[in-house]
Design a binder for this molecule. Structure first.
Ligand SMILES: Nc1ncnc2c1ncn2[C@@H]1O[C@H](COP(=O)(O)OP(=O)(O)OP(=O)(O)O)[C@@H](O)[C@H]1O
Ligand SMILES: CC(C)(CO)[C@@H](O)C(=O)NCCC(=O)O
Ligand SMILES: [K+]
Length: 260
């Protein structure tokens, strides 16, 4: 069985894939100090608690935080007796091309989202991921990653307001009842919520205009449904898009004859 690990700047998600479906998915905060032993205690406790008998034979990692990769590699070596496949390293090939400026290091999560989007929907896509950053990845007709857009994440923007202005509290994002707020919290929620609706709409429209061909918009990340419920921004939403991409990349590298 495959242990797929998606490590973002805020959260790290672990999923167990049995070849057909995900048996379990667990989330923890990303901390580079966490050791392989700590990961294992946490993982094995959760597996036991849920009665999951998973014989992990393979590990694949996508990490936007380079420092955590070392301990995840040790986890794979020491506890699962396998060499972790790490997206972005030369020995982990991608089933799609990456067409960017020479010397650019694309975030592995964006490459994984591109692979997942192409596998599930085919080409000509915009993949929007509401994580620490809000990213837009442009997937060409042949599945290649062709660049995109990086904007600040929703929670990051709310946190920045709180950090920078003495009178602004910490607030959670939600859809405000009205655009005009009559208290501080409602004003902040309106600014972020409708601001992001506008940001997503404008960026996607401009990407489509620049490319001059029909493109579908697929979203992922915990906040995507909140925006989708307000306005028809996306053609589809997949909670497990990044995890799906990791399983596709793993399969591609273990069965080199595999083609989509
Ligand atoms: N309705 C909601 N209101 C507020 N927060 C939410 C809501 N739904 C989901 N979230 C939060 O949104 C965040 C988005 O999760 P996601 O995995 O997409 O990105 P992340 O973990 O924050 O970022 P990264 O992957 O970059 O670490 C999570 O922290 C989740 O708890
Ligand atoms: C943009 C983030 C932080 C989104 O998780 C990540 O993909 C990243 O660190 N990217 C590196 C720069 C790039 O993707 O062009
Ligand atoms: K993410």
């Amino acid at each position: 069985m495959l242990l797929a690990i998606d490590c973002g700047n805020t959260n790290t998600v672990f999923s167990i894939w049995d070849g057909t479906r995900f048996l379990a998915t667990w989330r923890t905060s990303t901390e580079h100090q966490r050791t392989a032993d700590q990961y294992y205690v946490w993982l094995s406790t959760l597996m036991e608690f849920l009665g999951i008998k998973a014989e992990i034979t393979d590990v694949i990692v996508s990490s936007t935080v380079p420092r955590v990769v070392f301990n995840l590699r040790v986890l794979a070596d020491r506890y699962f007796n396998t060499r972790a496949m790490v997206v972005g390293k030369p020995d982990c090939e991608l089933p799609v091309d990456v067409r960017v400026d020479l010397g650019t290091n694309v975030g592995p999560d964006r490459l994984v989202n591109t692979v997942a989007g192409f596998d599930l929907y085919g080409g000509d896509l915009i993949v929007v991921d509401f994580g620490t950053a809000t990213t837009f990845d442009v997937v060409a007709a042949d599945g290649a990653y062709e660049g995109g857009v990086i904007a600040p994440g929703v929670n990051l923007s709310l946190e920045a307001l709180h950090q920078a202005a003495a009178a602004l509290p910490h607030v959670d994002i939600t859809k405000p009842q009205r655009v005009v707020g009559t208290n501080t919290v409602a004003c902040m929620q309106s600014g972020i919520f409708w601001g992001y609706v506008g940001l997503v709409r404008e960026i996607c429209a401009r990407i489509k205009a620049e490319r001059d061909r029909p493109m579908r918009i697929i979203s992922t990340g915990g906040l995507a449904p909140l925006f989708q419920q307000a306005e028809d921004l996306f053609d589809d939403w997949r909670e497990d898009l990044t995890m799906h991409g990791l399983t596709v990349i793993h399969r591609y590298n273990t069965h080199k004859d595999f083609r989509q």
